[in-house]
Design a binder for this molecule. Structure first.
Ligand SMILES: Nc1ncnc2c1ncn2[C@@H]1O[C@H](COP(=O)(O)OP(=O)(O)OP(=O)(O)O)[C@@H](O)[C@H]1O
Ligand code: SF4
Ligand SMILES: [Mg+2]
Length: 408
């Protein structure tokens, strides 16, 4: 892929990842958990990263932020963080810094202030013996030394209100809050220094669906209001279809498809994405059987040869069993990518993988194939022809969380 963003941009690129490779362990026994990842996060946008368990989502996020722990090793690539202003910022006078080459002190400056991370199981990350107010104030004290004590307390209260929690809870310990409230506190903490980027790794997975939706609605409103960019990681593609501007799908350590959320939902180009879309009920239109994807993801210690998805793919050809397909630019301006031999311009593309994108009169290649949805034998109907109307509000429809109510 070129250095141009593969994703249609709503702003300037804020983080650009090129050729990122991450291994667990060294030498011939190393597990390749992230392989040649190219990714662009555009300022003010939500980029969703989806994929089954073990596909490498967290590893990718921790490598980007250099929070990867041993035996994880960054084996190559670049992660460029742009300041977003001509004058530069904490990111450096030139406005761009390679996070993989930055020293620890520079990384410490950037974390929280430019990039904040809400980790997987973050709600258990609060210190149980310190009040949530004191924990918020600690973050402010560490990074905003000119702020006096009274201002820090005011800001901590404001942060809680921002995520829909009454400041009355400032003096409470984490165990006095519900799981949903603890997760909101973690989000408040991430937003404390007004970062340009928030990376969220499965932030709501452990919560019930009602609480999850409340939190995501509030998050979407805050993101709209404060214009930070989000890298949102989840195994739940249906959630991203509603929440994200663009989506990257990961499989066995590789980014196998990237597109705008609308195009990916309506017109997937990779059989794995198609299978994921057939794993949850359509958001609109008639009910359809949930066909899912047969089999399970490969053990990354012994990945299959060729395309890693071939043992589960209903379209697999001989070539697929021998050679790994590279991600190729697709769409009108090459603004989306897919890593599938069917999409390299020399094969007939099955109808279900050539559904026209929004605003185009035709699919990208002649449609002659009639292959089955992977493992299912179902017909070629696209998984989601209806327009996306986000249940989690995006853009101008977003509503701010009500700070007067105490969520569960
Ligand atoms: N500490 C480790 N040692 C060895 N291999 C590891 C380690 N952690 C992860 N891996 C390997 O890296 C792969 C990717 O793991 P990762 O946690 O990034 O996946 P994930 O997509 O975030 O999964 P989940 O959805 O379950 O959180 C795993 O399949 C595993 O093979
Ligand atoms: S490269 Fe082949 S096996 Fe892999 S997803 Fe495409 S068709 Fe299926
Ligand atoms: Mg993970």
């Amino acid at each position: 892929m070129t250095r141009q963003s593969a994703i249609s941009a709503v702003g300037a690129p804020l983080i650009e990842v090129y050729g990122l490779r991450v291994d667990y362990g060294l030498g011939p026994d190393a597990v390749h958990a992230v392989i040649d990842a190219d990714l662009t996060l555009v300022s003010g946008s939500v980029l969703g990263l989806a994929g089954e368990s073990g596909s490498g989502k967290s590893t990718l996020a921790y490598a980007i932020t250099r929070l990867l722990r041993a035996p994880g090793v960054i084996a190559g690539g670049q992660v460029l963080l742009h300041s977003g202003t001509a004058a530069g910022s904490a990111a450096g006078p030139a406005g761009t810094i390679d996070l993989l080459a930055a020293d620890e002190s520079r990384l410490r400056e950037l974390r929280w202030s430019r990039i904040a991370v809400v980790m997987q199981s973050a709600m258990h990350a609060l210190n149980p013996v310190i009040t949530v107010g004191a924990q918020l104030i600690d973050v402010l004290r560490a990074h905003q030394q000119r702020m006096d004590k009274a201002a820090r307390v005011r800001r901590a209260a404001q942060l809680l209100e921002m995520v829909g929690i009454s400041p009355d809870h400032l003096g409470h310990y984490p165990h006095q809050l519900s799981g949903g409230m603890r997760q909101r506190v973690m989000i408040a903490m991430a937003l404390a220094l007004e970062p340009a980027v928030v990376i969220m790794d499965e932030p709501t997975t452990a919560l019930d669906v009602v609480t999850q939706r409340e939190i995501l609605t509030g998050l979407a409103a805050l993101q709209h209001q404060l214009s930070f960019a989000v890298l949102f990681i989840t195994h739940d593609l249906s959630l991203l279809v509603e929440l994200a501007d663009s989506i990257a799908v990961m499989y066995a350590g590789r980014l196998i498809e990237q597109a705008s959320a609308t195009d990916l939902y309506r017109a997937p180009r990779h059989p794995y994405t198609l299978g994921l879309l057939h794993s949850f009920p359509p958001l609109h239109g008639a009910r359809k059987p949930l066909t899912g994807i047969p089999g399970s993801p490969p053990d990354l210690r012994t990945p299959p040869p060729g395309c890693p998805f071939h043992p589960r793919c209903g379209f697999a050809m001989d070539l697929c069993r021998q050679q790994v397909p590279a991600a190729v630019p697709l769409g009108r301006a090459g603004e989306r990518t897919a890593a599938c031999w069917l999409q390299n311009g020399t094969h007939d593309v099955p109808a279900e993988l050539a559904v026209p994108e929004r605003g185009t009169g035709a699919g990208q290649q002649p449609v002659t194939g009639t292959g089955p949805v992977p493992g299912t034998g179902t017909g070629p109907e696209p998984p989601g022809p209806a327009p996306l109307t986000a249940a989690v509000p995006r853009g101008k429809d977003a509503t701010a969380p009500d700070p007067t109510r105490t969520p569960q």
